[in-house]
Design a protein around this ligand. Structure first.
Ligand code: SF4
Length: 103
């Protein structure tokens, strides 16, 4: 009985620590890289003002990830997962040609 209790006292905290590590790993998705082929195709820039306006004339300075419908965070979050980029983090001040005004 004592050894079982000792075993549980050792195993349960270890399992808890693993769960926390697992949760952290899942809570930190990668950032969208401007060099990612999809980002290049959509003209994504982490700083919207650096968008190639000749290629993406629909860009407007008032548009940014923070006010895009696909930005899965609060308007004040520095970065949040983007649905277009499979949940990778888009920068609040970023922009890509899939921008849609937040409803
Ligand atoms: Fe930013 Fe919206 Fe483009 Fe995602 S879809 S990168 S949130 S502008």
């Amino acid at each position: 009985m004592t050894s079982r209790r000792t075993f549980l006292l050792k195993v349960i905290p270890a399992a808890g620590a693993l769960a926390i590590l697992g949760g952290k790993a899942m809570a930190a998705p990668a950032t969208v890289a401007e060099t990612d082929p999809q980002a290049v195709a959509l003209g994504y820039k982490a700083v919207g003002s650096k968008v190639d306006k000749a290629k993406f004339p629909k860009y407007a300075a008032t548009q940014n990830c923070g006010n895009c419908q696909l930005f899965q965070g609060k308007a004040t979050d520095a970065a949040a997962p983007c649905a277009i980029f499979g949940g990778k983090l888009a920068a609040n001040k970023g922009w890509c040609s899939a921008w849609v005004k937040k409803a």
